[in-house]
Design a protein around this ligand. Structure first.
Ligand code: HEC
Length: 161
């Protein structure tokens, strides 16, 4: 008698637990955390946030100072105006995306690899590949900057908010 009672209790509890479990799953897939995740995948590449991707190329680590180096940023602005404004505007989308707030969306390494190694990036980096599609196949141009120039442009990008 006792054994039977114990058995039914265990069975009952197991049933309760498994029901509870599946209930929760249904809840989160209908309006819980899963919906925004799906949206993020669908966001256009230019707005996608991917801070862990360092891109492909010679840049593997970039140290950003705590505050913007204004001299370097001024130098970068000069390079940007000479070499990039044919396709990029600082504050809005043009032939390519605007670099405004770019470090909220990409890692500094990715940005520098995109500047220094765009040909390989648009072929092999998943984010750069999607960008190329979003911009109707017009590729990011290799302007043959030196590492120092690219680093200065990155510093200039930090001032664009
Ligand atoms: C001939 C046009 C052209 C020139 C010149 C050009 N770019 Fe681009 N760039 C693009 C296009 C188009 C894209 C987006 C499509 C792609 O990546 O293929 C892009 C993408 C980028 C991205 C990625 C932006 C993002 O939101 O992820 C960065 C960073 C960038 N360019 C920086 C530069 C810099 C710095 C220069 C100057 C040294 C420059 N570009 C010169 C056309 C150009």
């Amino acid at each position: 008698m006792r054994k039977a009672l114990k058995f039914t209790t265990v069975l009952f509890v197991t049933l309760l637990l498994s029901c509870g479990g599946s209930d929760k799953k249904e809840e989160s897939s209908s309006y819980g955390k899963k919906a925004p995740e799906k949206k993020e995948v669908k966001a256009p590449a230019s707005q996608r946030i991917d801070l862990s991707n360092k891109g492909i190329g010679s840049i593997t680590s970039v140290d950003l100072g705590l505050v913007v180096d204004q001299d370097m940023a001024a130098q970068g602005k000069e390079v940007f105006e000479k070499m990039c404004t044919a396709c990029h505007k600082a504050d809005k989308k043009f032939i390519g995306p605007s670099p405004k707030d770019i470090l909220k969306r990409r890692s500094p390494e990715w940005v520098m690899n995109m500047i220094l190694n765009p040909d390989e990036m648009v072929k092999r980096d998943p984010l750069a590949k999607d960008l190329l599609i979003e911009f109707n196949g017009s590729p990011m141009a290799n302007q043959n900057l030196t590492k120092e120039e690219a680093r200065a442009v990155l510093e200039y990008f930090r001032t664009l908010k």
